[in-house]
Design a binder for this molecule. Structure first.
Ligand code: DHB
Ligand code: FE
Length: 285
């Protein structure tokens, strides 16, 4: 049977991708951001998964405002990096896992979560920036990401967006789906986005260190209570784009019910307009 052994949580700031692609990682502004992922890159090599189930949000890239799925699972064999206005990022294409993705869709939909099945989709910074941070730079032509990735896009752009509670329970359904897959795959689940940030309006630039760090504490130790946090608190305390954090609850819900091992924790301000938060949690044997 397949097993979820670990979860990874990270912000997905597009400027981090640009800093990487333009060779700016050693600049004083960016160096402390990338230093927070040195451990993570080593950890990825030592704990190489067979598949990554990557929860992120599409930023009106693959889905325009004409059509907005709440939860969309990528079942394709491959996904191209999206052109977000400056040409696609120079990173390898993402290889999918159609068989596991279809199995998860079957199981989760039968468990009463309505997923949109997506057989063609370009993936934006919400997915490619976390891959770059965790796996390091890869040559777009000769390089490859370390394993197949199942993209799972969540609508946090156009209201109404799903509640933290629904996301947490969806995570549990994903765990059940993975554990009923008839092949001994080591699966990691990632949640991206956050932490506090607001990109527009009078509160643009909002950062809330105290709230972010309490969110990290609660995500580790008490995700059940955390999942009941209402949207208004995310928006009030963590800014309009802080709502991206509900996606972290999907990854956390997919973890074992036993307390996880905290392999890594990192928090840094500034990175573009966003507080960067990052956790690696391992399931205890
Ligand atoms: C920024 C952060 C995001 O999560 C995003 O999707 C776009 C921009 C930023 O901080 O600039
Ligand atoms: Fe974002």
């Amino acid at each position: 049977m397949a097993t979820i052994t670990a979860s990874v949580y990270t912000s997905h700031v597009p400027a981090i991708g640009a800093a990487l692609d333009l060779g700016k990682t050693a600049e004083p502004y960016w160096q402390p951001v990338f230093a927070g992922y040195d451990f993570s890159k080593q950890w990825m090599k030592q704990h190489k998964p067979d598949v990554i189930f990557l929860v992120y949000n599409d930023h009106a890239t693959a889905f325009s405002l004409e059509m907005i799925p709440t939860f969309a699972i990528g079942t394709a064999a491959e996904f191209q990096p999206a052109d977000e206005g400056w040409g696609p990022r120079p990173v390898p294409k993402v290889i999918g896992h159609p068989d596991l993705a279809s199995h998860i869709a079957q199981s989760v939909i039968q468990d009463d979560f309505d997923l949109t099945i997506v057989n063609k989709m370009d993936v934006d910074h919400g997915l490619t920036v976390p891959l770059s941070l965790m796996c390091g730079a890869q040559d777009p032509k000769t390089g490859a990401w370390p394993c197949p990735v199942i993209p799972f896009a969540v609508n946090v752009v156009q209201y109404p967006v799903p509640s933290g509670r629904r996301c947490y329970h969806l995570g549990k359904a994903i765990r059940k789906a993975v554990e009923s897959y008839d092949e001994p795959l080591n699966v990691h689940i990632w949640g991206t986005g956050g932490m506090s940030h607001q990109l527009q309006g009078p509160r643009a630039g909002l950062i809330n260190r105290e709230w972010d760090n309490r969110f990290l504490d609660d995500l580790i130790a008490d995700p059940e209570t955390l999942s009941n946090k209402p949207h208004i608190e995310y928006v009030r305390e963590a800014g309009s784009e802080g709502i991206e954090l509900v996606m972290w609850l999907i990854a956390r819900g997919a973890m074992s019910d036993k307390p996880p091992k905290v392999a890594h924790r990192f928090y840094h301000v500034p990175a573009s307009n966003t507080a960067v938060g990052h956790l690696i949690l391992e399931n205890q044997a």
